[in-house]
Write a protein that binds this ligand. Structure first.
Ligand code: ZN
Length: 324
């Protein structure tokens, strides 16, 4: 038996347990996967841990912790701690469940995030909880799995507005987190990146606090996107090459300030933008002319630094440290 009443009350989730939409032995809540659920269409079994939606038969499963994570908008790990793993069928792992539901995500979340630091549903993925995210990272050529997330203070979510996104923190020079940007791992999600508070607010920040906190001369490379910076920094740090992302290419004065302070701590500065953003790279070079930055060109057939292979990144880093 699952004490859904007690659990739902604790998380302040509105539920019903009588009326035409309920069946015996169940409690009903608003379906977190239906775009608009003004009724209470998701039934949670008190006995088996199963859950299913009256409006959309795809919104069903047998892992009660997965349902709780979405209904209460908390991480899967926290949900397991709250409820235990009840009703998990051997047929579907959390990774498979996440994959199945990532394609069903249609709900517009109206939740307002007041904090600029991580929300409670954002967590560090492990092989048990969030293996899909680790696979995605490795498909993009970034090895290290869950250690990378811990190392760069990145998060993921499977519920809430940022569900099925890899979340990169945005920092000011004083190491204050002022939001994040999330890259979707779902194929059919049109918005590749979603940011909090919004794209403009991130214009005064950079990704990669590792770089900010471990400055010791060497080479700094400015990239556009967080994946580019992550790929380069992860390999480059062994060679004395560090990388930060500027979150897009439209830099405001506040961000230039952050970049100038950072650049001041390094011996040499490079700009490595996507092939299609050479104009922005030139403008940035002009703004940072006091540090004589050089613009790096990508090899032919490579459009953005994130596409560089591990070997190509090593080669690039070796060249950068000897360049004068
Ligand atoms: Zn539903």
């Amino acid at each position: 038996m699952i004490d859904w009443f007690e659990i739902l009350k604790r998380f302040g989730v509105d539920y019903i347990d009588s009326g035409s939409k309920t069946t015996r032995g169940h409690v009903n809540v608003r379906c977190p996967w239906c775009a608009e659920d003004n009724g209470h269409h998701l039934g949670l079994s008190l006995k088996t841990g199963r859950f299913y939606c009256w409006r959309d038969s795809r919104h069903c499963g047998s892992d009660s912790a997965f349902a709780l994570a979405h209904v209460a908008v908390i991480s899967y790990e926290q949900a397991v701690a709250e409820i235990g793993k009840v009703g998990v069928s051997p047929g579907e792992t959390i990774a498979e469940l996440s994959e199945r539901f990532s394609g069903l995500l249609r709900k517009k979340h109206s939740r307002v995030y007041e904090d600029l630091e991580w929300a409670k549903e954002m967590f560090l993925p492990t092989q048990q909880h969030g293996a899909g995210f680790l696979k995605y990272l490795s498909r993009r050529g970034i090895e290290g799995g869950s250690l990378v997330f811990a190392d760069y203070n990145m998060r993921v979510a499977i519920s809430g507005r940022f569900a099925y996104r890899i979340l990169f923190p945005a920092y000011t020079k004083s190491m204050r987190q002022i939001g994040w940007t999330g890259r979707t791992v779902s194929h059919d999600c049109k918005a590749r990146y979603l940011s909090h508070p919004d794209g403009r607010a991130l214009g005064s920040a950079v990704f990669c606090h590792r770089v900010i906190t471990s400055i010791s001369g060497g080479v700094l490379v400015l990239c556009e996107g967080p994946f580019d910076a992550l790929a380069l920094d992860q390999v480059g740090r062994r060679y004395g090459v560090r990388a930060v992302a500027v979150f897009g290419v439209s830099m405001g004065l506040a961000q230039l300030g952050v970049l100038m302070e950072l650049a001041d701590s390094f011996d040499r500065l490079f700009i490595l933008f996507d092939r299609g953003a050479m104009g922005s790279a030139e403008r940035l070079r002009a703004s940072l002319s006091a540090f004589s930055p050089k613009i790096l060109r990508l090899p032919s057939f490579v459009d953005d630094p994130g596409e560089l292979s591990h070997e190509k990144i090593i080669k690039l880093c070796r060249e950068l440290v000897v360049q004068r």
